[in-house]
Design a protein around this ligand. Structure first.
Ligand code: PMT
Length: 223
C-alpha cells in the first residue's frame, strides 16, 4: 500500500534539455543532464504521487513506477506537457527548454561552404507561460536558471508566468545548476515566502522542493 502526502495526486514533471534540429547531424541544445528533474520525479513518487515525467534526451534511467514520455524538441515537450496538463494537480518545470530554434531546417546534411554560415533563430513557445495563462486548480512550479540578479529575475518569472512557486538557481555558482550532482536553490512563492538552502545533493534538493510544495498547498487550504 502506497502512503504519502501526495497520494491520489498527479504530478507532471519536465526534465532535461531540448534539442533543436538544424539538419540530420546538427542541433542546438544546452547543458541540462536531467538530474534535477529525475530526482524530483523520485521525490514525488516517494510521497505516493502518480508521476508523469516528460523528459528531453538524457543518459538517465527513470525511477521505476514513473510514466515517462520521451521528447526531443521544445515543440514536442510543449505538446506532451499540454496533453497532460488538465489531469495534473502539480506541475514542476525543471527542464531547460530551448528559447530559440532554427527558423529553417534541412532534410539533408548541409554541406560545408566557403565563408560563414548565419542561422536565423525563432522563438519557441514558452510552455510555462502558456500553462500559467490556462491554469485552473493546478499548482505551477517553475525553475529560474540565472547568472545574475537571481532573486529579482526569478520573481519576475514567478509573476509574469502566473506561477505559485519558483525555484531559483544561480548557474554560475560552484555546486549549483547544470550537470553536477548538487544544487543551491532558493524557493520563492507568490505570497512572499522565501527559503534559501545550502548546497545539497539534487536528491536532497528535490525532497526539499516537494516538501515545500506540500506546505504551500496546506497554507492555501487554510486561507
Ligand atoms: O538537468 P540538470 O543538469 O540537473 O540541471 C538542472 C537545471 C539547471 C536545468 C535546473 O535546475 C533548472 O534551472 N531548470 C530550468 C532551466 C531553464 O530553462 O530556466 P529558464 O530560467 O530559462 O526558464 C524558466 C522556466 O520556464 C523554467 O521552468 C523552464 O522550464 C520554463 N520554460 C522556459 C522556456 C520555454 N520555452 N518553456 C518553458 O516552460
Amino acid at each position: 500500500q502506497v502512503t504519502g502526502q501526495l497520494q491520489g495526486k498527479t504530478v507532471l514533471i519536465t526534465a532535461g534539455p531540448t534539442q533543436e534540429r538544424i539538419d540530420p547531424v546538427r542541433y542546438f541544445t544546452n547543458h541540462s543532464s536531467g538530474k534535477m528533474g529525475y530526482a524530483l520525479a523520485e521525490a514525488a513518487l516517494s510521497q505516493g504521487a502518480n508521476v508523469i515525467l516528460v523528459s528531453g534526451p538524457t543518459a538517465l534511467q527513470p525511477p521505476h513506477g514513473v510514466h515517462v514520455i520521451n521528447v526531443v524538441s521544445a515543440k514536442e515537450m510543449f505538446d506532451a506537457t499540454m496533453h497532460h496538463f488538465d489531469t495534473a494537480n502539480i506541475v514542476i518545470k525543471s527542464a531547460a527548454v530551448a528559447d530559440y530554434r532554427p527558423k529553417e531546417t534541412f532534410d539533408h546534411k548541409r554541406k560545408k561552404q566557403s565563408g560563414p554560415w548565419a542561422i536565423e533563430m525563432e522563438r519557441t513557445t514558452d510552455i510555462l507561460k502558456t500553462m500559467g495563462e490556462a491554469k485552473k486548480q493546478q499548482i505551477l512550479v517553475g525553475f529560474a536558471a540565472e547568472s545574475e540578479n537571481v532573486e529579482q529575475y526569478a520573481l519576475q518569472k514567478l509573476h509574469s508566468k502566473n506561477l505559485d512557486l519558483i525555484v531559483a538557481n544561480n548557474i554560475l555558482q560552484e555546486g549549483a545548476g547544470f550537470k553536477g550532482d548538487t544544487n543551491i536553490i532558493t524557493l520563492l512563492d507568490k505570497d512572499g515566502m522565501k527559503k534559501e538552502y545550502p548546497v545539497l545533493s539534487k536528491k536532497e534538493a528535490a525532497t526539499c522542493i516537494i516538501a515545500d510544495v506540500i506546505s504551500y498547498i496546506e497554507r492555501q487550504q487554510h486561507l
